[in-house]
Design a protein around this ligand. Structure first.
Ligand code: S3P
Length: 170
């Protein structure tokens, strides 16, 4: 089975939905941020603080190269993986891409917990979410399939993705 690659901004539900899809199809599941934290033996926040965003993007890039060779795996990416077009094209060779979306106020609510989002540790996070969404919009649009998770339950999102995958005959 081909890989299923879940893209989308922070707080759009990539990890939860990715896990549910993997369970449904009996596929392996990989969360890129978790994998990077394990490989670097540092939290995402510590990587950003101690080594910088460029270093983190390099970790992401190297991990994409490895993961793109896998099969039968659902991959939940980090929200910024789309910034490097090579990441999307490498993943596209062995898998189908689904981009999750959510409204800025939903993203704000979902990202308040935890400390995995150093980019949103700013005075006015909603402003930053809007700024980043606008800046990244063209990058996310490159992904073939899109699902809005703002108002849907996780089960409803999974159903929509299953429909997309059936049409793709994955
Ligand atoms: C980032 C998103 C985060 C994490 C890092 C950078 C981004 O992942 O990779 O904080 O640039 O959008 P999630 O999308 O899983 O929150």
């Amino acid at each position: 089975m081909r890989n299923i690659v879940i893209y989308g901004f922070m707080g759009t539900g990539k990890s939860l939905i990715g896990r549910m899809i993997a369970t449904h199809y009996g596929m392996d599941f990989i969360e890129m941020d978790d994998q990077i934290e394990q490989e670097e033996a540092l939290s995402i926040s510590a990587i950003f603080a101690e080594k910088g965003e460029d270093y983190f993007r390099l970790c992401e890039r190297n991990l994409v190269k490895k993961l793109a060779k896998k099969e039968n795996t659902v991959i939940s990416t980090g929200g910024g993986v789309v910034l490097n077009k090579e990441n999307i094209s490498d993943f596209a060779k062995g898998g189908v891409g689904i981009c999750l979306w959510a409204r800025p106020e939903v993203i704000l609510k979902r990202t308040k917990k935890g400390n995995k989002r150093p980019l949103l540790l700013v005075k006015n996070p909603i402003e930053e979410i809007n700024r980043l969404l606008k800046q990244r919009d063209p990058y996310y649009k490159v992904v073939t399939h899109h699902v809005d998770t703002s108002l849907a339950t996780p089960q409803e999102v999974v159903e929509k993705i299953k429909n997309i995958l059936e049409k793709e005959s994955i």
